[in-house]
Design a protein around this ligand. Structure first.
Ligand code: HEC
Ligand code: HEC
Length: 322
């Protein structure tokens, strides 16, 4: 008995020594180390903010939008709170609501682990194991790099918690019928091409920004892949109607005659906040120009370079139908 006691106290002392060693190692980090860690976290958050706001549309869909302002300007202070309605306007058989993705612990994703958020973003499976409707563009995010995805998550965790409770979706079809074939098993397998290969890098950006989603026509709830990027997806928002544009390099009906400079200028034009003050009436758009406009010039140019390499599709689109 005594022996066991002795063994135990030796073990316990060893354990304490180990703990204090471990603690001191972690605490003895130099100021420079700590600063380097804080710098790299800040860089990650800044990158995540850029992706969430200006590239991947997270903040576009997961905030309140004001369609009395051009391109449904995001309402300040609502970032990440969710509640936007997605219904037949988006060819959805039912109604789906963008969720609260702020760090609120009751109604947001404050209690989700990073892995759970990764799974929702890249595979469309939420914390409870339920499948998300693919209007949440996880088939595209499925191909984003691990670094990009974790940067977005690092940024989401800095959002101000908002306790907005989002209603449950109502679908008239079983989700299994629309669950897409995913191409990647894990973001760790995905490579973000280097900017030195502008076309490949541009393809990655076009995918991350889900340009295809709005710019490809749908028939019977399915994308017409032969008409990829040729526009004509019709949106009727009540106060205005708009068709997405043909952004293939077709010279007659697409952007085949646009130079890189013209393409860049089209985006840069919308960097002017004055364009988002008054009600644009019928000449409105669902494309989140105010957010995309703030993409880096290099990223916009890369997108152009890639779009110039896709097959031209002759498809005349009337952007503002009667
Ligand atoms: C086109 C609109 C749209 C875009 C863009 C979008 N989402 Fe979503 N998201 C949704 C909708 C709608 C749902 C709810 C789907 C459902 O209920 O089936 C959702 C669900 C989620 C969920 C699950 C939350 C929960 O409580 O179940 C997370 C997490 C999420 N989105 C994060 C993101 C992130 C991060 C991005 C950007 C990388 C993003 N979303 C971009 C529309 C969008
Ligand atoms: C939410 C839907 C949506 C998304 C996402 C979207 N677009 Fe659009 N886009 C539209 C609609 C609708 C129009 C037509 C009205 C307008 O000009 O804004 C349009 C117009 C355009 C135009 C103007 C073409 C012309 O002939 O005037 C360009 C260029 C364009 N989009 C490029 C892109 C690129 C590149 C992406 C991805 C970074 C993208 N769009 C993402 C819906 C979208």
């Amino acid at each position: 008995m005594k022996n066991i006691h002795l063994k135990f106290s030796i073990l316990f002392t060893a354990f304490l020594t180990f703990l204090s060693f471990f603690y001191s190692c972690n605490n003895n980090k130099t100021g420079a180390d700590k600063k380097a860690n804080a710098d790299s976290l800040n860089a990650m958050i800044a990158k995540g903010k850029y992706l969430a706001h200006n590239v991947s549309g997270c903040i576009d869909c997961h905030s309140q939008r004001d369609y009395n302002k051009f391109s449904g300007l995001v309402v300040n202070g609502t970032e990440g709170m969710g509640g936007e309605v997605f219904n037949e306007i988006y060819s959805i058989p039912g109604v789906v609501f963008a969720k609260n993705i702020t760090p609120d612990t009751v109604n947001g994703i404050g209690k989700w682990t990073d892995e759970e958020i990764v799974r929702a973003i890249t595979r469309g499976i939420n914390k409870n194991g339920d499948t998300l409707y693919p209007i949440m563009p996880y088939p595209y995010y499925n191909l984003m790099s691990k670094d990009d995805i974790y940067s977005i998550i690092a940024y989401l965790r800095t959002l101000k918690p908002n306790n907005n409770a989002v209603p449950e979706r109502k679908l008239f079809i079983p989700l299994a019928t629309v669950y897409p074939q995913l191409q990647s098993n894990s973001p760790a397998d995905n490579v973000k091409p280097d900017v030195s290969d502008m076309v490949k890098y541009g393809a990655y950006m076009v995918n991350s920004a889900t340009c295809m989603e709005c710019h490809t026509p749908m028939e019977n709830g399915k994308y017409v892949i032969s008409k990829k990027f040729s526009g004509g997806f019709h949106y009727n928002l009540g106060s205005f109607k708009v068709n997405s544009a043909n952004i293939t390099p077709d010279t007659a009906t697409g952007i085949g005659k646009w130079t890189e400079e013209m393409f860049l200028d089209k985006f840069k034009h919308y960097r002017d906040p004055a364009l988002f003050v008054s009600d644009p009436g019928k000449k409105n758009s669902i494309m989140p120009w105010s957010l995309f406009a703030k993409m880096d010039d290099l990223d916009i140019k890369a997108i152009y370079r890639y779009l110039q390499t896709i097959p031209p599709v002759n498809n005349l689109v009337e952007k503002y139908p009667k």
